[in-house]
Design a protein around this ligand. Sequence first.
Ligand SMILES: [Zn+2]
Length: 273
Amino acid sequence: MSAQEFTATPHQGFSVFPLAAFSDNYIWCIQPAHSSSIWVVDPGDADVVLATLQQKQLQLAGILLTHHHRDHTGGVAKLQQSHPREVPVYGPQNPLISGVNQPLTQSAECQLACDDAPPLTARVYPVPGHTLDHLAYVIDDALFCGDTLFCAGCGRLFEGTPEQLYQSLQRLAALPDTTRVYCAHEYTLANLKFALAVEPHNPSLQTFYRQAQQLRLQQRPTLPSSIGLERAINPFLHCEDERLQTVLSEHWQCTPKDAVTRLKLLRSWKDNF
Ligand SMILES: [Zn+2]
């Protein structure tokens, strides 16, 4: 199996490149500068990671997991079995996930070590909503947010409450505008179609929709996004905006007075869009 090659995004001291997995997942690879090691985020498919390690002559330094869904964790056991020494696996402390040897339950910092480069520091943010165990990782100005925040959208509410998802999205949106957003799925075009139904007159949204269409025509990822872009185009980050109340009132024939109720109604609308 050969992995499709995508461009790496440079950061201070490391770069990030995606591996495509399943129909629309991305497994993000974090490679420290001048290093032949990578950390991988949410390796749902081991084979695509193993193929890349072989093709690029890279070592697997460790694994970060955001939440328990199989399309994010399914490759962990095979990756561990393929390596003679224990691979560090940071992830939620959750019996539904096997293979986590560095369990995380709350805000923390972890050191992502490599043999041939200084360690990278990842800040851990609990972001419940899509699932209760969901974590996000921030390394300098790179955010790995799994299925919590998507480009122009957010994850479905499988386990958490609208209040939890609202707080989690607010926390991520408070990161600097320049923060690069590495989401775990290529859902951008579908999300943009919904966002345009909600905010048809948003010029940033119209512009980015054209850019995203071009990228997908070329079979290129629309990611990473940025917090600044998301704050401009993502209706799930606009729940404080009174204008959202008008469009939600028209759709649902009710008047949501607070931001959490607006998020709940917006998410329900998207679930059936
Ligand atoms: Zn998920």
